[in-house]
Design a protein around this ligand. Sequence first.
Ligand SMILES: *Cc1c(COP(=O)(O)O)cnc(C)c1O
Length: 349
Amino acid sequence: MFDLNNLLRENIKKLVPYSSARDEFKGEAKIFLDANENSYGSPLIKWYNRYPDPLQIKVKEKLQQIKGLPVENMFIGNGSDECIDILYRALCNPGKDNVIICPPTYGMYEVSANINDVEVRKARLLDNFQLDLVHLETLVDANTKIIWLCSPNNPTGNSLDREDVEIVLNNFPGLVVIDEAYINFSRYRSFVQELSEYPNLLVMQTLSKAWGLAALRVGMAFASQEIIEVMNKIKPPYNINQASQELVLKALDEVEQVNEMIRTIVQQREAVVAKLGQLPIVQKIYPSDANFILVKVNDAKGTYNFLLEEGIVVRDRSKVELCEGCLRITIGTEEENAALLERLREINN
Ligand SMILES: *Cc1c(COP(=O)(O)O)cnc(C)c1O
């Protein structure tokens, strides 16, 4: 069924990747005169004059302990957005191939497709924000390379039914990407443990949300070794900078601290949901497995503007199909959430 060779673009199959100085010499040496770096140092207290590890092995070894996955099954991108772009460039012939997305969902799947001149087919989610498998199936043809699933989904906040995702994995011969950016906030378990079962599965996660490292730009893709090898071939040689690698390495030692933040955010989410439910302007609060909630209010645009005048910015999703009249609200600190609720209580329409 799944054969990566049938999916890859011809130019990528033939591609001879750039071989950097760090690729060609990996050993220990006293004097490095191979990469045209500045041996005198950097105009900083700490030096950043040497190119970083192209494959981020130290970071991956630490991730291996946390995720229980071999280094060979990991790719690290400059944010998940780089992973998304690389998959298009690996698999999709511009002007010929297509992918399927399930809106309302994360915007980058479509933007990145447009940048790469790849057709996007849309299997809109059902009213309960679950997959419409019947519609989805009708969209697949011989040129469909990727199905993008996002669970928990942004902006709706719900997890996709596991059985539905399994049906897609079992029946689609192309690549199934499950974007788990919000998995740490979810009641459900990750698909990472199913990688050995599904050769067509790629799971994306990120350090931008639960790990609180959005500014460092570190996104992860977990997949079979053959898929990871192709991604490594395509990526810019030094896609994760040295400062990010060092800081991530330190941060990954603090799993307990992160778990504590996750517990707090989930508690705050439930508290905000309970209090929002008492407000007259709130029509509906959608169940969330993420660090945000989708809320239907009487006057979304008006509420958005009112909050903005009070210095509180939320995401206006009211023009998005199936999210009509909705705001997407990230769960903040206890104080931030209290300020939000206080302002919302002042509205009475
Ligand atoms: C925030 C988010 C990401 C994270 O992107 P990064 O580039 O890693 O910061 C990925 N997917 C979804 C659905 C998101 O909401």
